[in-house]
Design a protein around this ligand. Structure first.
Ligand code: ADP
Ligand code: MG
Length: 320
């Protein structure tokens, strides 16, 4: 859009020179569009996600957390594809040009984009209710992307990290749950500052038959893999990586149906079982947990001496 000279200088100040790509940028901000070189032998992987204030983050979220989360959720999609981040575009709608807010947003966006080596090469700036749209591009070696449709009978189902913390953080902010003091900080961190699991890119490219990132809760997101792969699955309640609060209170819905974890769920052929422990020994910050197996038809949750059918499932009833 056309903005005033004054506003353009703010855009220049806050949205130029953000992140550095290991891949070539021919032309970035300042022209009508950006130009990049896709290296020979690579394919471009693209995704876009929009975050709207009050919908995708609570209205009181800090500018710094909003910037981090907007980029992180997009990087998480690249991670799920086994792609390496390269470039991004930012379309931001702002209620007003608030320099303090923008400098906090910009500092955080620069930090996260540097951390994950992704470069901002263009965007758009509009007036209106706060919303942030980021379009990310990443690269994979020719046809070495991971998608949702390759899960095979007998494959192991793995997830990264701990599940349910982001949903617990949101429930805490909305005063729907009372958390033990030690869990407040980690759950708010999980909600506001998710870690895209890009360290797994090489691992997924080598071993994964299918992958998805967990934005809407394990049961629903794993179902996407099962639908596309035309398979079933059994997952075990006791194996789910959850915090002590969820385990002791049997509040498994946070992990099973809670959103916003941005962990990865993926499948590997059973002959690669040994690489799980090898990975975990070397990468304690991104622990893999084996939670179940791909089956030929039914989608089931096993635990507490019963088996629940996860098709048309209404959530975990801990009081039964
Ligand atoms: P145009 O009218 O051609 O769309 P704009 O005034 O929207 O131009 O943008 C001018 C330049 O600044 C463009 O190169 C655009 O990519 C860049 N730009 C605008 N807003 C942003 C933003 N939020 N983040 C990054 N780059 C931006
Ligand atoms: Mg524009």
């Amino acid at each position: 859009m056309t903005v005033s000279q004054n506003e353009f200088s703010l855009i220049e100040r806050f949205f130029f020179n953000t992140g550095k790509s290991p891949f070539p940028v021919v032309l970035s901000q300042g022209d009508d569009a950006a130009v990049v070189d896709v290296p020979v032998g690579k394919q471009l992987v693209m995704s876009v996600d929009t975050l709207i204030s009050g919908v995708h983050f609570p209205e009181l979220t800090s500018a710094s957390d909003i910037a981090h989360k907007s980029l992180a959720v997009n990087l998480s999609d690249l991670a799920a594809m086994g792609a390496t981040p390269a470039w991004f575009l930012l379309s931001i709608t702002l209620p007003k040009f608030d320099e303090v807010w923008l400098s906090e947003f910009s500092a955080s966006l620069k930090k996260t984009s540097n951390q994950y080596q992704i470069e901002l090469i263009g965007g758009d700036t509009c007036r209106g209710p706060l919303s942030i749209s980021i379009q990310v591009s990443g690269l994979v070696d020719q046809n070495n992307y991971v998608n949702r449709k390759g899960a095979q009978l007998g494959d192991l189902i793995l997830v990264t990290g701990e599940l349910g913390n982001a949903a617990l953080g949101l429930a805490y902010l909305q005063q729907r749950v009372i958390l033990p003091a030690t869990l407040i900080e980690p759950c708010l961190e999980a909600l506001n500052r998710p870690s895209p699991r890009l360290e797994l890119t090489g691992f997924l490219g080598s071993y994964a038959s299918a992958a998805i990132d967990l934005s809407d809760g394990l049961v629903g997101d794993l179902r996407h893999i099962l639908d596309q792969s035309q398979k079933g699955a059994t997952i075990r309640l006791d194996s789910l990586p959850v915090n002590d609060f969820i385990r002791s209170q049997q509040e498994y819905n946070y992990a099973l149906t809670g959103g916003d974890d941005f962990e990865l769920c993926f499948t590997i052929p059973t002959q690669h079982k040994d690489v799980i422990d090898e990975w975990n020994d070397k990468n304690p910050q991104c622990k893999l947990t084996h939670i179940g197996e791909i089956t030929d038809r039914n989608y089931e949750l096993v635990g507490n001496h019963k088996t629940e059918n996860l098709n048309n499932w209404q959530g975990y009833q801990h009081f039964e």
